[in-house]
Each structure stands twice: as C-alpha cells, then as structure tokens.
Design a protein around this ligand. Structure first.
Ligand code: IMP
Ligand code: MG
Length: 186
C-alpha cells in the first residue's frame, strides 16, 4: 500500500493543499501578532500524533522564535463528560514557567472532551499563559463548551483524514484533508 492507493478510500477532498497553506499563513500571522512586544519564551506544544503535519507547516511560517515540544493525551471513560478523565502518556514540564507562553496545537476539536482538561492541567503548572490552536474545528459535535483561541477551518460533521489525521492509524500521509468513504469504517 502506498500513498497513491490510499486515495481510493477518500469520498471527496474537503480541504485542498492550497487551502491548508492559506489557513496556516493566517494562523501564523495571528500568533505573531499576539506575541509582539512580549518577552519570555513561546512554546508550541503539539498533541501527538495528529497535529504533526500541521505543526511542521505552521512553524515554518512564524516569525516569532519558538520552542517546540509534544504531549500525548487522550480522555478515557468519557462517555459522560463529567466522568471523563484525562490520560497523559507524555507530559510537559519546563523550568521558569512564569515566563513561558504555551500554545497547544491540535489537529481537530470534536467533542471538546480532551483539550479543556489539558489546558487546565498545564495552567496548574504555572505557565504565564496557555492558549490553544486547532487546524480544524467541528463545532456541531461539541459536548463540552469550548472555543480554541486560534481556529484554522471549520468543518462539517464528517469523518476526515489526511494531513496528519488518521483513521485506525492510516491516511496521515495524504497531503489534503479528505472525507473518508463510509464503507471503510462501517
Ligand atoms: P475531542 O475533541 O476530545 O473529541 O477529541 C478530538 C480528537 O479526536 C482529535 O484530536 C482526533 O484525534 C480525533 N478526531 C475527532 N474527529 C476526527 C476526524 O474527523 N478525523 C480524525 N480524527 C478525529
Ligand atoms: Mg488528536
């Protein structure tokens, strides 16, 4: 199986490479603007693994110097929101947290179960600020009231893959965001 063969599982392309590039340019400009005149260190914290491709493109458009790091987090037992626990398999710690601005980088916000808990967890470590940036947002699926600080593209309630996003660990290498054919997962 190679990348070319994966295309046959895609119903249609939802977001083209050009549109992804435009979204990244816009997000990088917003982040640069917000960091103007701020001292200290900006850390972009990618949520593994889905944010990887987005993060790689985004940082090459930034003018602000950054540090790059990763966390791995998911929520389990989250069928009801209140009982959903945050499970962190790779955490982030840094000295002199009070001079550090964090931006968590996500691939997509869906139910909103995970990200607010991760924000709270990092805020408790004493970082000066903890913001969130997501490439994609599916607001119609939200179970928890949560809005990211930076949103690339709002998408409809369809299962999307590519550009880092997977289904069963596949399709991450597709260069665009596509809607997966229903027959692949039903
Ligand atoms: P939630 O907002 O806590 O529901 O978690 C969002 C996570 O679910 C994302 O980081 C993705 O890993 C995954 N996810 C949600 N919707 C999709 C999709 O359409 N395609 C691929 N992964 C998705
Ligand atoms: Mg993810």
């Amino acid at each position: 199986m190679n990348c070319f063969e994966l295309h046959k599982d895609i119903d249609h392309v939802l977001i083209t490479e050009e549109e992804l590039d435009e979204a990244n340019t816009r997000l990088a400009a917003l982040i640069d603007q917000a960091q103007q005149g701020r001292d200290g260190q900006l850390v972009l914290l990618g949520v593994l693994k889905g944010s990887l491709v987005f993060l790689a493109d985004l940082i090459r458009k930034l003018r602000t110097p950054i540090e790059l790091d990763f966390v791995k987090a998911s929520s389990y037992g989250a069928s009801t929101v209140s009982t959903g626990q945050l499970k962190i398999s790779l955490d982030y710690d840094r000295k002199e947290a009070e001079n550090v601005d964090i931006i968590i980088i996500e691939d997509i916000i869906d139910s909103g179960n995970t990200l607010p808990k991760l924000v709270k967890h990092l805020k408790e470590k004493g970082f000066r600020s903890v913001r969130t940036c997501t490439l994609l947002d599916k607001p119609t699926r939200r179970m928890v009231d949560f809005q990211a600080d930076y949103v690339g593209i709002v998408v409809p309630d369809e299962f999307v893959v590519g550009y880092g996003l997977d289904y069963d660990e596949k399709y991450r290498e597709l260069p665009y965001i596509g809607v997966l054919k229903e027959e692949v997962y039903k």
